[in-house]
Design a binder for this molecule. Structure first.
Ligand code: IPM
Ligand code: MG
Length: 371
């Protein structure tokens, strides 16, 4: 298969982790005979610095004319302390989601047996956890009308949803549940919000077309609690934009580190794949960032194009790296393994279809002979 991939590595650790994801994709293309073509473009704080625009027109064009986007991270401390700055890196990401029509954000939570002790929850609580959140990504309070009175003493953000916006992501979530454990939970706040009551009505109606999927409902405050008390009860969760933002960060750490959590954002025409973590500026350039979330986002990209064997091989490589303790320090305290070491291990595993024989020395030797 030939795929044109836009690469928007962005800020902070974005470029380092994306580099390892591309190494992984190259190992896959070599092994399976695919052609992946990369088109780099600027986004976020670096794009503001260079073009005074977090999403320059040229970047948007690259994204619209390629098959998929591989995204790194955006954000820089110089903007974080000034929420009223007129131009902010996040605007680039939000505009990209809207312009590409990426209405469904899919965030799986994967547990690794080896990391059971890393979870903030006791091992018996996380046993059997395997859940995926479908977060609506282009509507709700994020994109509703924003107001600030002239004297700046009053502000409002409008939360609105149409039936069609709810239905299209709910269809995806039902289909996903059909291919998994056949359970779908709608998270809302239908005891308070009109938009939530709309979600409930639309999802309930749609559920009649998926009789094999057990549908249930949870208020968002209870869902936040249940994710900690009994996360194994969940299969697929579908929810609106802001609830999904918050719950997916909560779910992402159940596995031990947000550095492992990948995501896909898809619409009818375009798709984008990105780690859940942010730009982690404190770690930028130090070689300590975990590339696994980015590498697994590349695996989700391949799955999106039905390249399941390829994605499975990436996942096997990642699991092997974790099993052998070849992980960065967010996962293994005090680890000396770098971003690059983890990427080298994964690359080697894919090219040889086996783990390097004995730890890091071999990884380095293996990759240098390969490159
Ligand atoms: C995410 C992030 C973004 C969001 C920010 C950076 C705007 O937190 O992708 O979850 O809130 O959607
Ligand atoms: Mg978030």
């Amino acid at each position: 298969m030939k795929l044109k991939i836009a690469v928007l590595s962005g800020d902070g650790i974005g470029p380092e982790v994306t580099h390892e994801a591309i190494k992984t994709l190259n190992a896959i293309s070599k092994t399976f005979g695919h052609t992946f073509e990369y088109h780099e473009a600027a986004v976020g704080a670096i794009a503001i610095d260079e073009f005074n625009d977090p999403l320059p027109e040229a970047t948007l064009t690259v994204c619209k004319t390629t098959d998929a986007v591989l995204f790194g991270a955006i954000g820089h401390p110089k903007y974080d302390n000034d929420p009223s700055a007129p131009v902010r890196p996040e605007q680039g990401l939000l505009k990209l989601r809207k312009e590409l029509g990426l209405y469904a954000n899919i965030r799986p939570t994967t547990m690794y047996a080896k990391l059971a002790d890393q979870s903030p929850l006791r091992p018996e609580r996380i046993a059997g956890v395997d859940l995926t959140i479908y977060r609506e990504l282009t509507g709700g309070i994020y994109f509703g009308e924003k107001k600030l009175s002239d004297d700046k003493t009053f502000a409002s953000d409008l939360c609105s949803y149409s039936e069609q916006e709810v239905e299209r992501i709910a269809v995806m979530a039902f289909k996903s549940a059909q291919n998994r454990r056949k359970k779908l939970t709608l998270v809302d706040k239908a005891n308070v919000l009109e938009t939530s009551r709309l979600w409930r009505r639309v999802v309930t109606e749609l559920g009649k077309q998926y009789p094999d999927v057990a549908l249930d409902f949870l208020f968002v405050d209870n869902a936040a609690m249940q994710l900690i008390l009994n996360p194994a009860q969940f299969d697929v969760i579908v929810t609106e934009n802001m609830f999904g933002d918050i719950l997916s960060d909560e779910a992402s750490v159940l596995g031990g580190s947000i550095g492992l959590a990948a995501s896909a954002s898809v619409g009818d025409k375009h798709s984008m794949f990105e780690p859940i973590h942010g730009s982690y500026p404190q770690a930028a350039g130090k070689g300590i960032a975990n590339p696994v979330a980015s590498i697994l986002s590349a695996a989700m990209l391949l799955e999106h194009f039905d390249l399941y064997d390829e994605a499975a091989l990436i996942k096997a490589a990642v699991t092997a790296s974790i099993d052998q303790g070849i992980s960065t320090q967010d996962v293994v305290a005090g680890s000396n393994y770098s971003t690059k070491d983890v990427g080298n291990f994964v690359e080697h595993y894919i090219l040889k279809q086996e783990a390097p024989v004995a730890g890091l020395d071999n990884v380095t030797i293996g990759s240098s002979t390969i490159i």
